[in-house]
Design a protein around this ligand. Structure first.
Ligand code: CU
Length: 108
């Protein structure tokens, strides 16, 4: 039998309250046919966004900020890149191989 003192119990309760919100914050951008879908994705701060290449040619994801806030490696088919958007704002990005491919993550 495990006995918890009052502080351990309070910590456990806090962890239970905080954990579900952290786990729920995930979203995906699919890359196919030279297009990011959705082109604009709205998420809450703290969301992990996964960019997944479903195209049959390589692509990448590069933040439009200088210096870039995030930058993936070149992703082959079915490769993915994940980034946690923890700051509110508008995060424009493009494909490093095909700069006309553009998308935006709006974090609130
Ligand atoms: Cu590309």
């Amino acid at each position: 039998m495990i006995l918890l003192n009052r502080r351990d119990a309070a910590t456990l309760l806090l962890a239970q309250l905080l954990a579900p919100r952290a786990e729920a914050a995930a979203a995906e951008v699919v890359i196919d046919n030279f297009t990011f879908t959705p082109a604009t994705l709205n998420v809450a701060a703290g969301t992990t966004v996964t960019f997944r290449n479903r195209d049959d040619i390589p692509h990448s994801v590069v933040s439009a900020l200088r210096p870039p806030a995030f930058r993936s490696k070149v992703m082959d088919t079915d490769d993915s890149f994940a980034f946690v958007f923890d700051r509110p704002g508008r995060w424009d990005y493009f494909c490093g191989l095909h700069p006309h491919m553009q998308g935006t993550i709006v974090v609130t």
